[in-house]
Structure formats: structure tokens, C-alpha cells
Design a protein around this ligand. Structure first.
Ligand SMILES: Cc1cc2nc3c(=O)[nH]c(=O)nc-3n(C[C@H](O)[C@H](O)[C@H](O)COP(=O)(O)OP(=O)(O)OC[C@H]3O[C@@H](n4cnc5c(N)ncnc54)[C@H](O)[C@@H]3O)c2cc1C
Length: 253
């Protein structure tokens, strides 16, 4: 298995924009994107269920940053490839997909490449599918459950109405939704062994990925509108009607 792990600025801390490029500052310690902790856990469980195999990681991050990778290695992944290159600063989703697809080639070919449905900071939700296209592999998105039997991937794919049962032959790319599994907490032993696990750091040039001309230019940034206060409903015994009306208007019932 190969799992894509994004390392992001800690969402608990206020994000900062680089005024010269209007892109998110990604200096200092980055953490494992929570969206990807589900992918790592899912991969570890699938390898355990198969009784053999291993989980490797690919990540693209600035400043040779490995903190988020070490967390995933402490969970049980075996090794990682980190793509770190100043020429990739501010890269768009297609560039990221090209880089990650090339990084998977540095590892033994995988039966399954797992990613999150969307990251917590950029959340274009497009990288896994673009990777699949670049690698010429089938991709299934929004996986709630994953089963592998005799070289076939079976997925319950989350939909608004419930889920679809989708299957395809391996190798493939699958994106998992948040909450599909309970990510394990790295044990002390896991954290210590993660320090010794191999992380190969490469540049875009090492991967033969052309440094790209930017498809995206962020021309202006403005604060998000302040959310208006909601309506307060005093319950005099009939307020459920108001709530039903409200939900009906939203077409969620
Ligand atoms: C606020 C903001 C807005 C942006 N808007 C756009 C935009 O409109 N168009 C555009 O092309 N780019 C945009 N970007 C840039 C984009 O976020 C980056 O290119 C990013 O590296 C990849 O896209 P994503 O985070 O949207 O990935 P998503 O497709 O949302 O991520 C899905 C999964 O892909 C994997 N993945 C994504 N990035 C990495 C990585 N660096 N390393 C390892 N795995 C990864 C992870 O498993 C992740 O869970 C934006 C960035 C920010 C911060």
C-alpha cells in the first residue's frame, strides 16, 4: 500500500498568508493532516487483514519537513518518500498530483494507493483522481469501506443518498472519507522506531517532474464574511413545527 500524507500548518493555530504570494505560509513544524490519518489507518488494517505486505508513504512538503510523516511512521507505516523543493512552493493541485504520482514510482509498485477525499487546508478534493489519471489507474472516491478479494477492490462509496457498491481490479487509487476507521494512537515504541525508519527526500528534478509555470495565480484575498447569528426559537410546545419547516426548506428531510 502507498498512502498520500499531506503535512499542513496546525489548524488549531491561526493560518498566515505570505503577502508577496497570497499563499499559505508553511514554515515551521507541519503536522499530519487529520484527513490522512484515516488513510494510514485503513492501509495498516488492510495489510494486517492480508497477513502480509507493508505501508509506504508519499508526501510533498517544504523545508524537508518530516514531522507529519514521522507520526504516520509511528502509527506503523514502514518508509516514506518526501518531495521537498522550493520550486514547488505554491504549487496547484495538478502539480501536486504529478509530483506525488512520480514519487510513488520511487517505491515498489503498490496494489493500492490511498489518499484522503480532501485535505484540510487546500481541500480542492482533486489530487487523488488526478494522480489516478496520471498513473493510468482506476480510482474510486469517498470510500466508506474497503475490501480486497482476489485482486479486486470492493468499496462502499459514500453518496448523499447512502452508498454505492463499486468495484475495480487492482492496482487502483482510492480516496477515503473522514471517520471511516479509528486512527490508532502511536505507541511510545512506535514513536521511537519511527525515528529510524527510512525517509527518502527528493526534489522535483530527481523525479523528472518539470518545474511548472503556475496555473493558479492568487490575485486577491479578502476576509470571509462574518457568519450572521442564527434565529433563536423559544419552545412553547410547538417549536418542533418551526424546526420541521426549516429542515423542509433546506430539503434535508
Ligand atoms: C486556501 C487554498 C486554496 C487553494 N485553491 C486551489 C485551487 O483552487 N486550485 C488548485 O489547483 N490548487 C489550490 N490550492 C493549492 C492546493 O491546495 C495544493 O496544490 C495542494 O498541494 C493540493 O491540493 P489540495 O490540498 O486541495 O488536495 P486535495 O485534493 O484536497 O487532497 C486530497 C488528498 O490528496 C493528498 N494530498 C494532497 N496534497 C498532498 C501533499 N502535498 N502531499 C501528500 N499528499 C497530498 C492527501 O491524501 C489529501 O488528503 C489551494 C491551497 C490553499 C491553501
Amino acid at each position: 500500500m502507498i498512502v498520500c500524507v499531506k503535512q499542513i500548518p496546525d489548524p488549531a493555530l491561526p493560518g498566515e498568508l505570505d503577502p508577496s504570494t497570497n499563499t499559505l505560509k508553511r514554515e515551521g513544524k507541519l503536522i499530519l493532516d487529520e484527513s490522512d490519518s484515516y488513510g494510514v489507518e485503513m492501509a495498516l488494517q488492510l495489510v494486517a487483514a492480508a497477513g502480509d505486505g507493508e505501508v509506504s508513504l508519499v508526501s510533498m512538503a517544504p523545508n524537508d519537513e518530516v514531522s507529519g510523516i514521522r507520526t504516520a511512521l509511528a502509527m506503523g507505516a514502514a518508509q516514506a518518500v518526501l518531495v521537498s523543493d522550493p520550486t514547488l512552493a505554491g504549487a496547484d493541485a495538478l502539480t501536486t498530483a504529478k509530483v506525488l504520482a512520480a514519487a510513488t514510482k520511487k517505491l515498489d509498485s503498490a496494489d493500492l494507493i490511498i489518499a484522503g477525499t480532501e485535505s484540510s487546508d487546500g481541500y480542492t478534493g482533486t489530487v487523488p483522481e488526478q494522480m489516478a489519471e496520471i498513473l493510468g489507474l482506476p480510482s474510486i472516491t469517498f470510500a466508506k469501506t474497503i475490501e480486497i478479494t482476489d485482486g479486486t477492490l470492493k468499496v462502499n462509496r459514500q453518496t448523499e443518498a447512502g452508498y454505492d457498491e463499486v468495484s475495480c481490479p487492482l492496482p487502483a487509487v482510492v480516496s477515503v472519507t473522514a471517520g471511516v476507521v479509528e486512527p490508532r494512537y502511536p505507541s511510545f515504541k512506535g514513536i521511537m522506531s519511527a525515528k529510524k525508519k527510512p525517509v527518502e527526500t527528493v526534489t522535483a528534478a530527481d523525479l523528472g517532474v518539470e518545474s511548472v509555470s503556475w496555473a493558479q495565480q492568487i490575485v486577491s484575498v479578502e476576509d470571509a464574511p462574518v457568519r450572521e447569528a442564527g434565529e433563536i426559537i423559544e419552545d412553547e410546545g410547538e417549536s418542533f413545527n418551526k424546526i420541521v419547516e426549516f429542515l423542509d426548506e433546506l430539503k434535508v428531510i
